[in-house]
Design a protein around this ligand. Sequence first.
Ligand code: SAM
Length: 291
Amino acid sequence: MNSRKTRVKLPFGARWFHGRRGLAIWLRLRIGAFCLNAIERYKDLEAYRRTAERPRLDEKAIEALKSDQVLEVDGTWERRSSAQLTDEIVRSNPDIYTQSVQRLIPLLEEGRVKCTINVGARVDVILSFLAKKFPHVAFVSVDIQDNLDWHNQNLERSANWRLVSGYALDLFERKEIAGDLVIFTSTANLMTNTELHSYVEAMNAQYLFFNEPLPPPLTRPSLLANPDTIDPRHSDVGSDEATRPGGKLFYLHNYRSILEDHGYKVHISEVVPLPQRPKKPPRHIVLAEKA
Ligand SMILES: C[S@@+](CC[C@H](N)C(=O)[O-])C[C@H]1O[C@@H](n2cnc3c(N)ncnc32)[C@H](O)[C@@H]1O
């Protein structure tokens, strides 16, 4: 008979607790942490549901967005703010901004777009690049932040590119800004369903372009997020971390249906993975034209 003891490989963390009693303590701690996480996530979801019918941002919400002055997305602000695109990067690096640029260049080359607006632009890597490439098109970066000059200080500035601070819905409704192409990157997902309808009306743009994160909806567990199955009247909720809980929550919209409701024809509606960022959810890219 083989008298050698079989060694059980304990999971990481459990190795610090010895014996059966230790393992029981470790298990209880893990279950406790799981429950706390679930309670936090439930509270987040409830808070999100409470704002789901919000027709527009109030003063308090505007101030909350403004207070987030240095946004840490994928590392440091410095890294993003110096991410000047080049033709080579656009060709060879499939990332959020290059995915947008690859689809926007053919549209701009058609020559019908005279003014492009980027809503929620912050550090506008996209317009800095496009403004240089299309000198006869006007480009406007809009963000609720007051410090747009600071955010964009490391990017190349062309004469046909300007920065405007303010709540974009107010600016469109007061006709302080208007463009025939309006683009959104990771920003329409911060808008409620009602707000998004108001934007589409107020923008009155010939072309609309969205590049938004698309994780599986939290309210309706499903492995694959299909944007066309989202209820067009009550947008879903998702998290920006595809693989673990604890990410920021935002709205998932059925862009196709919402845009068709307003008389747009959807030319592109693609779910595109981010191969270099496996922990991030795929992107939903939409290009629509007023019919
Ligand atoms: C997640 S960041 C995305 C920034 C940028 N588009 C990018 O992809 O790197 C969202 C940005 O939208 C801005 N924002 C959110 N809602 C806005 C609104 N209603 N009007 C103007 N800016 C808004 C925020 O201040 C923030 O800079």
